[in-house]
Structure formats: C-alpha cells, structure tokens
Write a protein that binds this ligand. Structure first.
Ligand code: NAX
Length: 326
C-alpha cells in the first residue's frame, strides 16, 4: 500500500465540502490505491457541524481513509499537506460592495498563504475555489514566497465543464466526443468560454453552430450559469463544483489526454499577451504533475476583445487589493 497523502480542505463544513470529502475519501481524486489523510479547516463556530461530517466519514468505513483531523487554525490544518483545497471564503452579504468582499477575503487568504508558506509540504499543490477565486489565488501565492508559484491554481474547471455540456447538448454529441474547449480569464461573468478551437466528433465546432447561438446563447449561458443555479436551487452550485474540483486535481496529477486540454487559472507568464502577475484561466496540458499553457493558438478579433475584457476585470480586482499584497 502507498503512503497516505495529506489533503487539507478549508470550509470543510460547507456545501461543497459535503459533496467533496466523501468522494476524496472514496479514492476518486487520487485513485483507488492511494490512501488519504484529510486535514479539515473551519472557522470556530462551524467546528460542531464539522464534527458531524467527520462522524459520517467514519461511518462510511472507507478503506482508503487513513485519518481525519479538524482545526480552526490554518497552521495546524496545513501541516505537511501535499494538496490544499481552499474552498472556505466569506460570502457576499447584503449591502456589501465588491470592494468590501475583495478586502474581506484578502484578509482570510493572506493569512492562509502565510500558513501554507510556513507549514505545507514544499511540493504542495494548491487549488483556490473560494470566490473571488482568481484574486484570492493571487493573494495566497504572494503570501507564500518560499513555494514555487506554479504550485498555485484557481478553479475554472466548473465553467469548462458547463461549456462542454452546453456544446454537447446543442450538437447532439456526447461530452466525451468533444475536445479542446477553453475558458479564458476570470471565474466570473466576464469569463470567455471559447469554442474556436473545439471539435465535436473530430469536426470544428465553429462550423456546426451559428454565430447568433454563440453570442446570444452559449457565451451568456456559461457566464451566467452560477446565477441561474442560485435562482433555481436557492443555493449556489455545490455538487457540480465538488465534481470540478475532483476533475481539476485529477488532470493536474494524472495528466490530460494527448488530444485534449483543460482550463486552469494560473499565474500568467505573459502568454497570449495577458499581463503577467494575474491568475488567468488558460488552456493547459498536464502531465506527471505539471501543467503547460497550450501555446500557439490563433486568436481572432472576436476572441481578443473578450479576453481583454476579462483581463481588465482581473486587473481591477488586483488594483482593489493591491495595498494588501506583500
Ligand atoms: P458555504 O457557505 O456552504 O461553505 C463555506 C464554508 O467555509 C463555511 O462552512 C464557512 O464556515 C467556511 N469558512 C468561511 N471562512 C473560512 C475561513 N477563514 N477558514 C475556513 N473556513 C471558512 O459555501 P460553498 O457553497 O461551500 O462555497 C464555497 C466557496 O466556493 C464560495 O466562495 C463560493 O462562491 C465558491 N465557489 C466557487 C466556484 C468556482 O468555480 N471557483 C464554484 C462554486 C462556488 O460558488
């Protein structure tokens, strides 16, 4: 049996946590031969609820679950962690301005970044899910200067999966017959879901759908999907978010297929003219625990305009918390 990997999860008593932890413990993230130790972080008032979740984890008698710890201290939860899933965040309250939300989360993610720097395994892999995810990832990464920047990512895989599902439904194909979808930019309504490279059963997707569907249906549907789910369910996406977390980590660790790629928000190195130092979603290929931006794709005017809009929003978010960055 392999040695267990340590997986820290924040916001573990929340909705996404409840959909996610059982799947990790069942071996869906790291494989059916990889034991895991879960190191769960919550704020103090949620520790009691978290204890209930831990009791349920125990009651599943998962053979791969080698241990569970709980804490309200990031430095304890992140100790020696190989993987850290930052899900807990401050939600937007009534009357709260976007800037207030950014600042409130900046405080949380600065402290968690410092705790990662001090306590996590040097080869840790971090995924930020809590919103605003891209800018929170920037704050975490900047507060963890001794860990390689490539080890920090933010999640746009749910958007990627939503885009695949919409295109599959429109073209009457199965999701696994689609390749090369892209989400560019921010995990927000300015994101740009791009089908210009996508194929459906080996044929260019662009030739199968018309421009009107693309601009008036597909792009806004993917951009607004989170809001549509809140309207219908009264709560934000949780099971699909947990599923996307599993997909993101599996792709990162186990790799992407030769003929496909995934969308991940990573620290821009200037690829495609995107400003360096922003966490921006790019098409990425993964292998052996590493990722690379897919280079050399042709970007037309239609795409460029939309990429610039989401880049602009990310630059503004960074501007709003700049004074809090180390
Ligand atoms: P919930 O409100 O159900 O759970 C969040 C949990 O985080 C709560 O239990 C809370 O006590 C805890 N928490 C708050 N501050 C914390 C801190 N400083 N340390 C540790 N725990 C803390 O939210 P849930 O539906 O689980 O969503 C979690 C986050 O994911 C939200 O920020 C949400 O906006 C974001 N999402 C991001 C997505 C993405 O694709 N990047 C999609 C899904 C989701 O909307």
């Amino acid at each position: 049996m392999k040695a267990p990997v340590r997986v820290a999860v924040t916001g573990a008593a929340g909705q996404i946590g409840y959909s996610l932890l059982f799947r990790i413990a069942a071996g869906e993230m790291f494989g059916k031969d990889q034991p895991v130790i879960l190191q769960l972080l919550e704020i103090t008032p949620a520790l009691e609820v978290l204890e209930g979740v831990v009791m349920e984890l125990e009651d599943c008698a998962f053979p791969l679950l080698a241990g569970v710890t709980t804490s309200d201290q990031a430095k304890i939860a992140f100790r020696d962690a190989h993987f850290i899933l930052l899900i807990g965040a401050k939600p937007r309250g009534p009357g709260m301005e976007r800037r207030d939300l950014l600042e409130a989360n900046a405080a949380i993610f600065s402290q968690q970044g410092k705790a990662i720097d001090a306590m996590a395994s040097r080869s840790v892999r971090v995924l930020v899910v809590g919103n605003p995810a891209n800018t929170n990832a920037l704050i975490v990464q900047r507060n963890a200067p001794t860990i390689a920047p490539r080890r920090f990512t933010a999640m746009t895989r749910l958007d990627h999966n939503r885009a695949l599902a919409q295109l599959a439904s429109k073209t009457g194909a199965r999701v696994n017959e689609l390749r090369q979808m892209i989400i560019w930019g921010n995990h927000s309504s300015t994101q740009y879901p791009d089908i210009s490279q996508a194929t459906v059963k080996g044929r260019r997707a662009n030739g199968l759908v018309d421009r009107q569907w693309l601009t008036q249906d597909f792009i806004p549907t993917v951009q607004q999907r989170g809001a549509a789910i809140i309207r219908a369910r009264g709560q934000s996406s949780a099971a699909s978010a947990a599923n996307a977390i599993i997909d993101h980590m599996r792709s990162w660790i186990l790799g992407t297929p030769e003929d496909d790629w995934v969308s991940m928000a990573i620290l821009s190195d200037g690829s495609y003219g995107i400003a360096e130092g922003l966490f921006f979603s790019f098409p990425c290929r993964c292998s052996a625990g590493n990722y690379q931006v897919v280079e050399g794709l042709e970007i037309d005017e239609f795409s460029r305009t939309r990429m610039l809009a989401t880049e602009q929003e990310l630059a503004e978010e960074r501007g709003a918390i700049k004074h809090l960055l180390p």
